[in-house]
Design a protein around this ligand. Sequence first.
Ligand code: AHG
Ligand code: MN
Ligand code: MN
Length: 331
Amino acid sequence: MRAPSIDITHVPAPLRPLMLAMARGAAEMAGVIRRGDRRMAAEMGVNSNGDGQKRLDLDADALFRDALRHAGLRWYASEELCDPVAIQDDGDWALAIDPLDGSSNIDTNVSIGTIFAVYPAGTDANASFLRPARELICGGYVIYGPRCSMVVSFGDGTQIYALNPDTDCFDLTEARLSLPDTSFEFAINASNYRHWPRPVRAYIDDCLAGTDGPRDKNFNMRWIGSLVAEAHRILMRGGIFLYPADDRPGYARGRLRMLYECAPIAFLIEQAGGRATDGALPILDARVTALHGRTPLVFGSADKVNRVAAYHDLPEAEVSALFGNRGLFRA
Ligand code: AHG
Ligand code: MN
Ligand code: MN
């Protein structure tokens, strides 16, 4: 079999070495996951965010760092490392990565992924990353599902590539994805209901009330526990995802990290015609001041995401009302 690769027709020339390296890393990861050694899910310790690290979290980090050694990368920042690492002094790019997203699903044979974001590199490592997602040169993820796909944007639409098992090449399957709005699915970890801010509770209350409430339609709920899998479903058929801030200790800014989770996902979603906010304001304009900084995240079909923002603007009496009473939202 030839070395893993990717169809580079739509990849801007300066980014081709990097995308070829990502394709090699992703194909290798897909192989590791397919073989499914149970030790992949072994608990190994705790990362700088205080999250547990599994063996595959650490192996994925090492695998991508190695795959990216000669890809024009100046700085490499990872969920699994405290600080950015210098790769090539003359490299042009700063890449932030969640090497393995959805680690609670490693031992369940449910889709997991890799998320990455690329900025132009500056002389200062941290400053290269601590900028708004609107300045991304590339955002993408790999989903290791029944089919391994890579979803990427270079700022001119969102593309999908599927890993061909016969050639080990990521073939282009969608040149300009348009996020449909055909789904009435919402994704949220409902076990945190009592901890959510009032506007989020009100929004979900109204989805749950279905045809008996102000939305006057029935909804369906999904929660996979892998951001990449939720993002992929929403890119394929619409819907909405919410990981709000909540009042549990450590969740004042939600759970998800801006640099290598929220920023690239927001970039892909907006490039496909959807919308991504922190509940009210666009993720693409937000900034974090620390490499592993978090942000609440709401993304999906534009009208649904805009509606969540509208709940934040409701008068207190409206937002506190029991579901079914959101008078301002009734037609
Ligand atoms: P990671 O495996 O990189 O730590 O990310 C897990 C994230 C994300 O994929 C998912 O949406 C979320 O954590 C699940 O959080 P809960 O366990 O709170 O549902
Ligand atoms: Mn993650
Ligand atoms: Mn991770």
